[in-house]
Structures are given as C-alpha cells and as structure tokens.
Design a protein around this ligand. Structure first.
Ligand SMILES: C[S@@+](CC[C@H](N)C(=O)[O-])C[C@H]1O[C@@H](n2cnc3c(N)ncnc32)[C@H](O)[C@@H]1O
Length: 272
C-alpha cells in the first residue's frame, strides 16, 4: 500500500495532480527537499558530472536547467540596471539571484516553501545581493503585489506543480508592466491533467509569445541525474537523512516511467 502511495505521490508531483492536495503539502514536500539539498555534496557532484561545463556550483538549482538556458533567460528578459525582477517559485533562489547580479536589477522571490525562502535570504549574501532582494513565502497565484509593478518575471520549473496554471499566468500578467517579459521553463506532457502546449495557454492569457522551444538534450540529462541519484542512494541517504532524501529517490525512480511523454520547454513572452 505504501509503495502504491509513494508512486502516486511522485507522479502527482510531476503533473500538477496537486490540485487534489492542499497547497501547504507542496510547501512541506519542498521543505524536506531543500533541507536535503543543502546537506548533500553528492547531489552537487551528480549535477556537476551530468551538466559538465554547463553547470555552475553556485546556483545549486532546484530544477533541471543548465547555464546555457540561464544565460539565454538573462539575455531575453531585456531587463536593465535598477529595474525589478520577480522569480515565481524561486525555491532556494539560485537562478534568480544569478540573473539579478548579472543584470543589476532588484529581485523579489516568492515560494510556497518556508525553508526555500529561508535559504534564499541567507544565500543573498553569497551572491553579493544584500539590500537588492526581497524573498517571501506565498502562492504564485496570489502574489499580493500591485498591478504593473515589475519589469520582468521568471518561473523556472515551477508551473508543473501549480494546479491552476492559468490563474498563475494571469497573475503574472497583472503584476508585469506593459512590454515586460515573462520567461518560463516547465514540462509539457501528453498525459491527463498535464499541459500539452504552454504557448496556447500564454496566448489565451494575453501574452505575445516571442520564443518557444524544447530544451536541447534535457531528457538525457534528467535521466542521467536520476541514474546518478540511484547509484549514490546510500551516500545521499547518509548525507540528507531518510526523511529529506525521500523525494529525490522517489522522483528518480518514478519519472523514467513517464519521461517519454514529456517535453521540457522554455518560453519567452511579452506582456501586450
Ligand atoms: C522544481 S522547484 C524549482 C525551484 C527554482 N525555481 C529553481 O529552479 O531552483 C519548484 C518550486 O516551486 C515551488 N512551488 C510550487 N507550487 C507553488 C505555488 N503555488 N506558489 C509558490 N511556489 C510554488 C516549490 O515550493 C518549489 O520550490
């Protein structure tokens, strides 16, 4: 029974089945995830080996994008010195903080995981961003920010976990200034409950889609990370502890069952 429950939860985590969970549960799952990530050198080593020169240890990503995608996002945000960026589902904050430092913009990060936000606040010092950031626990569907208040928005590998994706996208549109860019990465899938085409959804929400593509080599990299986690299972459990390593091992085991139906995409949209 427990095995079936574990499998179901992992698939749920992938495809936004979280509509049947309370939001607090997503936050709690990621609280363990981030506690585990912080404790584990094994995970860093796996990412470094799989991503090679496309990996930057400083970022400690919570998702599956490399430096190539991150630089592309920074370039396409069209954000300038002194402007404002919001990172929706910022996790432990690495991708957003790297972009903020590169572009010299101010950064707001929102995430449903209190542990993720706590780590962001501490890591801002490592990124030399003290005074330039504001991180808070919240839901990306209700940011509580004013209309037209940001010059750019990113959401890296987060929307897959949000049950009402259209509500989240409309919320981003509301808080962005006219012409501001929203850049997202997420997974599409030809599976029930999953989004098959983010481009259509973004257009329906009133964005102009400027770029939209499947990230190159994503599947092999993701599978290689999973293979690394399973091969280093003992070391990971030792470093993270059983509770905090649980989701890493479950995801590594179960995602390969459905990965052939998935596409990891990057989309650049302009608020019109
Ligand atoms: C795969 S992680 C990616 C984190 C980060 N963007 C990165 O790339 O390192 C997804 C994040 O989305 C957050 N999340 C999921 N649903 C959310 C929601 N409704 N509101 C805010 N954050 C959410 C999770 O807590 C988690 O931190």
């Amino acid at each position: 029974m427990n095995k079936i429950k574990a499998k179901f939860e992992s698939l749920a985590a992938l495809f936004g089945f979280f509509m049947i969970y309370k939001k607090i549960r997503v936050g709690k799952i990621f609280d363990h995830w981030y506690k585990g990530q912080k404790k584990s050198q094994a995970l860093q080593d796996i990412y470094a080996e799989v991503y090679g020169t496309d990996y930057n240890e400083e970022i400690e990503p919570g998702g599956y994008i490399g430096m190539g995608e991150l630089k592309y996002i920074a370039d396409h945000l069209c954000i300038e010195n002194g402007q404002s960026l919001i990172d929706l589902g910022c996790g432990r904050g690495g991708p957003g903080m790297w972009i903020a430092r590169e572009t010299k913009c101010s950064l707001t990060g929102v995430d449903i995981s209190a542990v993720g936000i706590d780590h962001c606040k501490k890591r801002a010092i490592d990124f030399d961003l003290n005074g330039q950031t504001n991180f808070y626990v919240g839901d990306i569907c209700r940011t509580e920010k004013s209309d037209s208040s940001y010059d750019g928005a990113i959401s890296i590998d987060t929307l897959v976990l949000v049950s009402d994706k259209l509500a989240a996208i409309k919320e981003v549109k509301r808080i962005l200034k006219p012409n501001a860019r929203f850049i997202l990465t997420s997974w599409e899938a030809d599976l029930p409950f999953a989004i098959k085409d983010y481009k259509v959804m973004m257009q329906n929400a009133g964005f102009e889609v400027e770029e939209y593509y499947e990230i190159s080599n994503w599947k092999q990299r993701q599978l290689d990370v999973y293979a690394g986690i399973l091969a280093s299972k003992k070391r990971i459990i030792k470093e993270m502890g059983k509770k905090d390593s649980n989701m890493f091992i479950r995801e590594a085991k179960n995602t390969s069952l459905v990965i052939d139906h998935m596409r990891h995409i990057l989309l650049v949209a302009r608020n019109i």
